[in-house]
Design a protein around this ligand. Structure first.
Ligand code: ZN
Length: 342
């Protein structure tokens, strides 16, 4: 694709934004934009009921004119809707198919994912970044721009601690990528849906990363999107990041793998505890660097990964939606929601 095409796409994504910088984050309390259900049938704040007509005449007349919005309830593991994640797997891997980070198919996937975030009341900003040419899992791929999708609710005040959940949207050229990684993006969208009318313990940013898949053998030959995103964060914003979780290959198996680059770090321990609270069997998989959490760890930021159960169709044309088990998606979403609620 050309830079002009990506630039156009970014412009489209920016439509409706109000000029916030790259470090916006979602609010931990009430969503800044209406959830999907309210978007379909918006109710202006003035439609909120005032005092019933039977109220005693002595009631203070100003109390009911502008009532404060009630705080939404804290999200619970039971808010998970795995059908949303499975529908995303079917669309991304079944309808769109292979989507290397610099391909036209990737842009189609990005547009669709942006619209899905929007359905649940999240505002998406596209972050364009360069990806070099290379050889991805044995197949030459051309260089060009790719794009991260940064989904937020409201504005993150300076110094406010925050959380990030991410999943890579790209694939290797030969795989439709149902498990790797439509499973992660689908789970991310299910988290977005669950949070439409729920609050989290801290503000959370959801990111669909581009160009995660390798384009060479070296440590710098993959994870281009997440590295670009980390580089775009100010030192202050980095200091206030409380934890990042990468959802990558989360729809195979019956036990949820937890991994981190430097062993059982704090975020990995939190995820194992969250799985326990959610009633999900999980195990620590040991040290691993092969997902976007590594970009954060490399920068000294707290991060871990959910997923990585081995499967026969990894990086192959057989990575189709039937590979993915909705029950494992449910375990992933429940655990992620429990982590966000802690
Ligand atoms: Zn992956």
């Amino acid at each position: 694709m050309t830079r002009a095409v990506v630039g156009l796409f970014v412009l489209v994504l920016l439509t409706g934004c109000s000029g916030e910088d790259a470090e916006d984050a979602g609010s931990g309390s009430a969503p800044a934009v209406p959830p999907a259900t309210a978007t379909a049938a918006p109710a202006p704040p003035s439609a909120r009921p005032t005092a019933p007509p039977t109220a005693p005449p002595t009631a203070p007349p100003t109390e009911t004119s502008t009532p404060a919005a009630p705080e939404p309830p804290l999200v619970r593991p039971g808010d998970a809707r795995p059908a949303t994640a499975m529908a995303a797997v079917r669309h991304l891997a079944g309808a769109i198919g292979p989507r290397p980070g610099t391909s036209a198919a990737y842009l189609r996937a990005a547009r669709w994912t942006t619209a899905e975030f929007g359905r649940y009341g999240w505002r998406v900003r596209g972050q364009s970044f360069p990806t070099p040419p290379g050889v991805s899992w044995g197949v030459p791929v051309r260089g060009g721009d790719s794009i991260n999708l940064i989904a937020t609710r409201g504005r993150l005040p300076p110094g406010r601690r925050w959380l990030l959940v991410g999943a890579h949207l790209d694939t290797v050229p030969q795989a439709p990528g149902a498990e790797d990684n439509a499973s992660g993006v689908g789970s991310l969208l299910a988290v977005a849906e669950a949070l439409a009318d729920r609050r989290t313990s801290l503000p959370v940013v959801l990111v669909a990363f581009g160009s995660e898949e390798p384009r060479g053998p070296g440590d710098d030959d993959h994870h281009y999107g997440s590295r670009f995103y980390v580089d775009s964060l100010s030192p202050a914003r980095r200091r206030s990041l409380r934890g990042m979780v990468s959802l990558d290959r989360v729809g195979v198996g019956g036990v949820l793998p937890v991994g981190a680059a430097e062993g059982r770090n704090r975020v990995a321990r939190e995820l194992l505890a969250a799985a326990g609270r959610a009633g999900v069997p999980a195990r620590f998989e040991g040290e691993q660097r092969s997902s976007d959490h590594w970009s954060f760890t490399r920068a000294g930021l707290p991060a871990a990964r959910l997923g990585s159960t081995p499967y026969a169709d990894y990086h192959s044309p057989g990575d189709v939606p039937s590979v993915v088990d909705p029950d494992q998606l449910d375990r992933t979403i429940r655990t992620t929601l429990a982590w966000l609620a802690r």
